[in-house]
Design a protein around this ligand. Structure first.
Ligand code: 6R9
Length: 665
């Protein structure tokens, strides 16, 4: 672990405060800091009673639970264990016979602009029909299904259909490579893949099924018996007889009714792979009861969802944000939500603002990296400026994925929210299952760049290496001291890694270690996240392990002898990937170096996915190492930032190579 860095220095002196208007407070579910404090006090006083009450109020249980929390095998906590439910029934069936039955559940806007609306009743029919198609291929409760889909209704249908029959889904983002897909299929032991022939992004047709074929062809995927192929476009793709089946064929003749399969609260709803500090991604396993409670509850708490809201979370279903706030939360809360296909800059960089106007979006939830890039576009091209669109339907804005710098926050607040929409800067992780630290729109005075205060019942704190609280104003490590319902249950196939990565023994073995540095403000006790303290980078809100990228680089055995990857601050993407590479054939220069750098980037895109391509590549005949052979990453980080090296380099085995590593390709 390294000492927490302060990626957003300027928030250190942030003293602008934006309290919610009186009208916002009055209309809100949690009213003012009194409302927030009352909930926190309830959780403090009777922790289990608090969660039991919320679980009963927010989740439909087919068999009620009698025990709220089981800590006997900590940190393998169990919540609502003897309760039974079905996640899909909680998102769909529960609206039947209510005014929501014929309400629009999903407004889908395709890459080319076509709009399709689906009601709750229609969605239930689609999910049930696909659930029957899964069953017809022998897929049952407990089986794992890998979902590799473009953004759209069908991806959500696939996830909900798995939940309906008690199968555990594992969604892999459509930008990951064949190799990444293969590794995840093997680790999850998946029996089927749900994919599409192609995906559409910015007017381009990109293969998905082709990548699945390639991944399966890499070997070790014999567990896969079926590949379902959604025909997103009219183009043909390769189909393997006996294994592959189109959606049209699979759905033909299947009933639109399917009885939901009841599962225990702890039944794994999904596995989602994320990057950690080793080369191997972690299969984060989530439960059914706790995750669902959280998805529904945070829709109400954080977004203060009202029945006439039009909610839009721009995240892809391949990330945790798309799980909690596209595939489950909005449906469990009975919201109308927007799902968009494609990219924010096609057909032009005003698409988000135009879509808000077109669909009368009232709650808009996106990532700082999107905001920063759209600011740039708006400032350079008046035609895509948000002022060109009517944004008056908006009432709440949200941010997720990385720290939002105060400049971007102010632009979002002024230009999108017109200084009347609260911004909920939601801090959370794949492992937490949903929001952890965030303002509440009708309660919390906002401070740009701060995710403010933990949700009621979330015992967040900042501690030192021994788990001791540090005073406000001092930096330390973010921990959560008590379990919460939507927390990660284990790492799939690796319970030991779950224990050691998240519940360090030095801290007593029961504190959840988030892996982020943080500091609380001296005046309000507000949290500000300062960035990861492990070898995990955050590039445009995407988590990437430095070791993962290093492993990919050295896997290019004909060329690469050694590689070290670090992050450096980047105005647009938050952090950028910088790779230091030692080639087997000596240090290249000029055009040749450029050519090799390109080759390495393409290689990494193939090994992991385009999001893992290093932005900077630097070559040296060696890496800076101590005499004991340890790579001096701190030094590499300084080099990557372009800092002059003032550190003591006398312990370096080979100080001369610092000069070589200055040139970026
Ligand atoms: C939801 C999600 C988790 C990491 C996390 C932290 C960073 C997320 C943030 C934030 C500052 C916020 N992060 N939200 N940092 N402010 N509001 O992004 O999950 O992909 O697992 O990433 O993202 O570093 O540890 P995930």
């Amino acid at each position: 672990m390294t000492t927490p860095n302060t990626a957003v220095e300027s928030t250190l002196v942030e003293n602008r405060v934006f309290p919610p208007s009186e009208a916002t407070v009055k209309a809100a579910r949690i009213q003012g800091m009194e409302g927030y404090n009352a909930l926190c006090a309830e959780a403090e006083k009777d922790f289990e009673g608090f969660w039991a009450r919320l679980a009963r109020e927010n989740v439909v249980w087919n068999k009620p639970f009698t025990q709220t929390l089981d800590e006997s095998n900590a940190p393998f906590y169990k919540w609502f264990q003897d309760g039974e439910l079905n996640a899909s029934a909680n998102c769909l069936d529960k609206h039947m016979g209510t005014p929501n039955e014929n309400k629009t559940a999903v407004i889908f806007e395709a890459d080319g602009g076509e709009v399709t609306k689906t009601t709750y009743k229609e969605l239930l029919a689609k999910v049930s029909q696909f659930a029957n198609a899964l069953k017809a291929r022998g897929i049952n409760k407990g089986d794992r299904v890998l979902v590799y889909m473009p953004m759209g209704l069908e991806g959500v249908v696939a996830m909900q259909a798995c939940a309906r029959i008690g199968a555990t889904h594992s969604v892999v983002f459509g930008g990951f490579s064949a190799k990444a897909l293969q590794e995840r299929i093997i680790d999850a032991g998946a029996v089927a893949v749900v994919t599409a022939n192609y995906q559409l992004r910015g007017g381009k047709e990109l293969p998905l099924k082709g990548i699945v074929d390639e991944g399966l062809g890499l070997g070790g995927c014999e567990s896969i018996k079926t590949v379902f192929v959604f025909e997103r476009t009219a183009s043909k793709c390769n189909m393997v007889a006996g294994r592959d089946i189109t959606f049209t064929e699979a759905l033909a003749g299947q009933s639109t009714e399917c009885e939901p399969v009841l599962v225990g609260a702890e039944h794994p709803l999904f596995i989602l792979f994320t990057s950690g500090s080793t080369g191997k991604p972690k299969g984060v396993q989530h439960s059914t009861g706790g995750f669902l409670l959280w998805a529904k509850l945070t829709m109400d708490w954080t977004f203060d969802l009202k029945q006439d809201d039009v909610f839009w979370c721009t995240a892809d279903i391949g990330w945790i944000t798309g799980h909690a706030y596209v595939a489950y939360g909005p449906l469990a809360a009975g919201a109308t939500q927007i799902i968009f296909e494609g990219i924010p800059t096609y057909p032009n960089a005003g698409r988000f603002w135009q879509m808000i106007e077109r669909h009368k979006c009232s709650i808009f939830y996106t990532a700082p990296t999107a905001i920063r890039s759209l600011i740039k576009s708006a400032e350079s091209d008046e035609k895509v400026h948000p002022d060109r669109s009517d944004l008056s339907s908006l009432r709440i804005l949200g941010s997720v994925g990385e720290p939002i710098n105060p400049e971007a926050w102010m632009w979002y607040y002024k230009n999108i929210g017109k200084e009347k929409c609260p911004i909920v800067d939601t801090f959370w992780q794949t492992e937490t299952g949903g929001h952890m630290i965030t303002p509440l729109p009708g309660a919390t005075p906002l401070v740009p760049g701060s995710c403010t205060l933990p949700l009621p019942g979330i015992m967040a704190a900042i501690v030192d290496e021994a788990g001791q609280d540090v005073p406000n104003g001092s930096g330390g490590m973010l921990v959560i001291k008590r379990p919460w319902p939507s927390m990660i249950r284990t790492i799939w196939n690796d319970p030991e890694r779950f224990k050691t990565s998240y519940f360090p023994a030095e801290m007593g073995g029961t504190y959840y270690l988030a892996g982020d540095g943080a500091v609380r403000s001296a005046d309000r006790g507000y949290f500000r996240i300062t960035g990861r303290i492990d070898d995990v980078l955050n590039v445009s809100g995407h988590r990437m392990g430095t070791m993962e990228i290093e492993s990919a680089l050295v896997a290019k055995t004909d060329l690469v002898a050694e590689a070290a990857v670090v992050g450096r601050p980047d105005d647009l993407t938050g952090e950028a990937i910088c790779a230091f590479v030692v080639l087997k054939r000596g240090v290249p220069t000029g055009d040749e170096a450029k050519q090799i750098a390109k080759e390495l980037r393409d290689w990494v895109a193939k090994e992991i996915g385009p999001i893992a391509k290093p932005k900077d590549i630097r070559f040296g005949e060696n890496l800076p190492k101590t005499r004991s052979g340890k790579i001096m990453r701190r030094l590499l980080r300084s080099l990557a930032k372009g800092e002059t090296i003032t550190q003591d380099t006398s312990t370096l085995e080979n100080p001369a190579i610092l000069g070589q590593l200055g040139q970026t390709y």
